[in-house]
Ligand binder design. Structure first.
Ligand code: FIX
Ligand code: ZN
Length: 398
C-alpha cells in the first residue's frame, strides 16, 4: 500500500455517504427547498453569532428581508470580524470549493457569482458523494406534508423520517389533525396510531424521531400515547431517533437561533432500551457532558445506535475527542456523522470538514495497529470507511 494518509484520503473521498439526519427537501418542493449562498448566510448558527457579537437587535434583524439579512451577516461577520468560527469557516469552504474569490467583495458580488454557477441539488449531492439523505418530515405540519402528494422528486435519494415532537408539544393539535384526516369515531390513542399509519403509507419513512429536553426524556417512558407509539414502531420495525438535551427557546427573541442545551439524565435512555428490547433506538446528545455516558450506554444495549455530532457538538475539537472515545469503546460500530443541513449547499462544508477529522483519526488508529504487526490493506480500509459513512446507518434502519 502507498502512503497511508494519501490512501485514506482517496478512499474517504470516493466513499458514498448516507446522510442520516438533515432538514433538506428536494428542489421541486419549492416552498421548502433552500439553496444558494444567501440562504447559507441566513443559517441560524450565523444569526446567533451576529446577534451576540454586534449591536444588531433581534427585532431589527428579523425585520429585514432575507437578502438584507445575508448582506448584514456578510458585512458584520466576514468583513468587519475575522470569520473564524466553525459556521463562518463553513461559508468560506463552500465559496472556495467553487473557486469564488471572496476577498474584499460585497455580498451582492459574491451572490451574483454564486448564482452564475446555477447549481442543482443533484450537483451538490454528487459533489459531496451523498447517495441518500434523510429528511425531517412532520406529519402534523400539513403544509410541509404536501411534499408526499407530489410525485416529481426522487424518493430513492430523499428518504423520509417522521418527526414526532408535536405529539409531546401539542397533543391536542395532533389529535385534531388526526381526527380531521381520519374521519372516524376512534378514541384519541387509536386516532393517532391510525394517522401515523396513513403517514407511514404515504411517506415510507426510515425512522421516526423526536427531540427531547430533560423533563421530556424522563417522562417519555410513562407517556400514554408514546406507549402505543412504541408498540406501533415495533410492529413497523421502525427505529426511534432520540435527539437528547435541547432546551428550546432559551432566548425567545432569537427565534430559531434561540435554542440551547438542557441537562438530561441518560439513565432514562437505558431504561427505554430495557423496557422496549425489540424496539430500535438511534441517539445523539447535544451536550459534551453526556458523551461519555452515551458511549458506555452504546456498549450495553444492542438496540441503540449512537449517531452524529449534533449541532453544538459539531465542532472539530469536540468531534476529534469524542470520536476517538467512541472508537476506543465501540470500535467502528456507530454512525459517526450526519449533516443536519438546512440549506443544500451546506452539505459541501459539513461533510468536507468532517472528512478531514475522519482522515486524521483513522490514520492514528491504523498506525497504532501497524505498530502491533496488524496488516492494513486497502480492502480493509474501504470496508471500514464504507461502514462508517454508509453501511452502519443502512444496516440499522433496515
Ligand atoms: O431538532 C433538530 O433536528 C435540530 O437539528 C434543529 O432543530 C436545529 O435547529 C438545527 O438546525 C441543528 O443543527
Ligand atoms: Zn436536526
Amino acid at each position: 500500500m502507498k502512503n497511508l494518509k494519501e490512501e485514506l484520503n482517496i478512499i474517504i473521498n470516493n466513499t458514498e455517504i448516507f446522510d442520516i439526519h438533515t432538514h433538506l427537501f428536494p428542489s421541486n418542493f419549492k416552498t421548502h427547498y433552500l439553496s444558494g449562498i444567501g440562504e447559507v448566510l441566513n443559517y441560524h448558527y450565523l444569526i446567533a453569532e451576529l446577534l451576540t457579537s454586534t449591536n444588531t437587535t433581534p427585532n431589527a434583524f428579523y425585520n429585514l428581508n432575507n437578502n438584507d439579512r445575508a448582506k448584514l451577516i456578510w458585512e458584520e461577520l466576514f468583513i468587519k470580524q475575522t470569520p473564524v468560527s466553525e459556521a463562518c469557516k463553513g461559508v468560506l469552504t463552500i465559496l472556495s470549493s467553487f473557486e469564488i474569490d471572496y476577498s474584499s467583495k460585497s455580498f451582492d458580488q459574491i451572490n451574483t457569482e454564486y448564482l452564475e454557477l446555477n447549481l442543482s441539488d443533484q450537483d451538490i449531492l454528487n459533489r459531496s458523494k451523498i447517495s441518500n439523505l434523510v429528511m425531517t418530515n412532520n406529519p402534523f405540519d400539513l403544509e410541509e406534508w404536501k411534499l408526499f402528494e407530489k410525485k416529481d422528486w426522487n424518493s430513492d435519494v430523499y428518504l423520509a423520517s417522521l418527526r414526532l415532537d408535536d405529539i409531546l408539544l401539542d397533543p391536542n393539535k395532533c389529535i385534531q389533525t388526526a381526527k380531521n384526516k381520519i374521519q372516524d369515531n376512534l378514541n384519541e390513542r387509536d386516532l393517532i396510531i391510525k394517522y401515523l399509519d396513513t403517514a407511514y403509507e404515504q411517506s415510507n419513512p426510515v425512522y421516526a424521531a423526536i427531540s427531547l429536553n430533560k423533563d421530556q426524556l424522563s417522562t417519555l417512558i410513562e407517556n400514554k400515547i408514546f406507549s402505543y407509539i412504541f408498540e406501533w414502531l415495533k410492529l413497523k420495525n421502525l427505529p426511534l431517533s432520540l435527539l437528547l438535551g435541547v432546551k428550546r427557546q432559551v432566548n425567545k427573541e432569537f427565534l430559531l437561533a434561540g435554542d440551547g442545551i438542557d441537562r438530561v439524565d441518560l439513565s432514562y435512555l437505558s431504561k427505554l432500551c430495557n423496557k422496549y428490547p425489540k424496539n430500535k433506538f438511534l441517539c445523539s446528545c447535544l451536550s459534551l457532558n453526556d458523551q461519555h455516558e452515551l458511549t458506555v450506554i452504546g456498549r450495553k444495549h444492542s438496540n441503540m445506535r449512537i449517531f452524529g455530532f449534533w449541532w453544538f457538538m459539531n465542532q472539530p475539537t469536540l468531534i476529534e475527542m469524542i470520536m476517538n472515545l467512541r472508537i476506543e469503546l465501540l470500535g467502528f460500530n456507530f454512525i459517526p456523522q450526519h449533516s443536519d443541513a438546512r440549506v443544500t449547499d451546506q452539505l459541501i462544508y459539513k461533510w468536507s470538514h468532517f472528512k478531514v477529522i475522519l482522515n486524521k483519526i483513522l490514520f492514528s488508529h491504523y498506525s497504532e495497529l501497524v505498530l502491533r504487526g496488524f496488516k492494513i490493506s486497502e480492502e480493509k480500509i474501504i470496508t471500514d470507511v464504507n461502514k462508517l459513512l454508509s453501511k452502519n446507518a443502512l444496516d440499522f434502519i433496515s
